[in-house]
Design a protein around this ligand. Structure first.
Ligand code: ZN
Length: 398
């Protein structure tokens, strides 16, 4: 050993004589420098931290959220971006968020499981049948006979089935958090027992299944007809109901306001004649039988929010306040009054005009127009919209 040490010292002296720096041997004699990135990779992962601005508190299952609606909010003052899914798990094991596709069969399976798990909170009804005879389900959270009630609705358009998944997840999470969730100054239980929330997660089951499952999902007697419709070659972009009528043009409001619409059934945009379709008729009847205090129709995509439809001055000020609060929750931009002519004349417009109550079209997701919102946007859609129904119910309690 001594011999080696002596040789080593001799070598060092020789190197010094040759002008070499001692530093060449430093990596051998000392621990490598621990860079910040190394620390990050070797440290234990931080435990999931509840999101400070959007989400539940440290107590699992308790949601405390205080939005800061402000009429003076500037376009640049957006809420903090939502956390990644690894930071804040989404409660509930029934409605899966492993996939952004959501067929009618998956919907019905989830509804059956939710009804079995939470019969004390939920009432299942059918509001009508689609053209192809599928039951259009509605789930009421709270007492259906409560005079205070609001309506949340999804998948008017076929390729926007991510909105059905969103609405079902809202329903499941509210059930999971019914006894523990807190919104502003009230528990979920207090809010929902004062204002029932009606959920119609999939208004257009025929269109959704045609979009996801193709012609095989169409009853034999309709197959030749559907197969001849323009747009059939690109089913992933299908928007209409099963027989080629765009349900969001079928509510009759603003008839003739929009030019250049298709004049025959096809995948996108043909409005039919007012309430010609059983799906839109089902919503018409539902609203006639239930005095909803507000209505939200979920669509995709664009991360924008429609709220205006020629309200009078009083109701416009009221509805703008709702819209600003929803903007505070979601971070979505409000569509300006002057842009209203570019919107589809749809369910929310009919509801505002017919009942003079607040109505909203919320366009979730960022995908490119004409394609379903991609899976990578699903969690963002969830976090942005988790509290929308409970907020709208809370509004009617205060
Ligand atoms: Zn839509």
């Amino acid at each position: 050993m001594k011999k080696y040490l002596l040789s080593f010292v001799t070598l060092l002296i020789l190197l010094q004589l040759l002008g070499c720096s001692l530093s060449v041997s430093e990596p051998v004699l000392t621990y490598p420098q621990v860079t910040p990135s190394v620390i990050a990779s070797v440290s234990p992962s931080p435990s999931p931290t509840p999101h400070k601005t959007l989400g539940p508190t440290a107590t699992p299952g308790i949601t405390q959220y205080i939005p800061t609606p402000s009429p003076t909010i500037k376009p640049t003052e957006r809420p903090t971006p939502s956390p990644s899914p690894t930071q804040r798990p989404v409660p509930g094991t029934i409605v899966s968020m492993k996939d952004a596709q959501y067929s009618y069969e998956e919907l019905m399976e989830d509804i059956n499981q939710l009804m079995a798990k939470f019969p004390q909170y939920l009432t299942l009804r059918t509001i009508g049948q689609s053209v192809f005879g599928r039951d259009i389900p509605m789930i009421v959270m709270g007492d259906p006979e409560n005079p205070k009630k609001i309506l949340i609705q999804g998948s008017t358009h076929a390729r926007e089935y991510i909105t059905s998944l969103l609405v079902m997840k809202q329903l499941e999470v509210y059930c999971e958090q019914y006894g523990t969730g807190i919104y502003k100054d009230s528990t979920y239980e207090q809010i929902i027992s004062e204002c029932a929330i009606y959920f119609v997660p999939m208004l257009n089951p025929d269109g959704v299944n045609l979009c996801i499952k193709g012609l095989d999902s169409v009853p034999m007697e309709w197959r030749a007809y559907v197969n001849a419709l323009p747009g059939i070659s690109k089913l992933s972009a299908w928007k209409a109901n099963g027989v080629g009528v765009d349900l969001n043009g079928n509510f009759g409001t603003g008839w003739g306001d929009l030019s250049d619409l298709p004049t025959a059934p096809c995948s996108d945009g043909y409005p039919g004649t007012p309430f010609s379709e059983p799906e839109s008729k089902a919503i018409q009847t539902l609203c006639a039988e239930n005095a909803f205090l507000n209505l939200t129709s979920y669509h995709a995509c664009g991360r924008i929010l429609y709220w205006y439809y020629y309200q009078d001055a009083t109701t416009e000020a009221r509805d703008l306040q709702y819209a600003l609060e929803l903007k505070g929750l979601t971070g979505y931009s409000l569509v300006g009054k002057d842009s209203i002519s570019s919107s589809t004349v749809g369910l929310k417009d009919w509801f505002i005009a017919r009942y003079r109550k607040p109505g909203f079209t919320i366009e979730v997701g960022k995908g490119s127009y004409g394609t379903p919102v991609p899976y990578k946007d699903l969690y963002n859609v969830w976090y942005k919209n988790e509290l929308v129904p409970i907020h709208l119910a809370w509004k009617e309690c205060n």
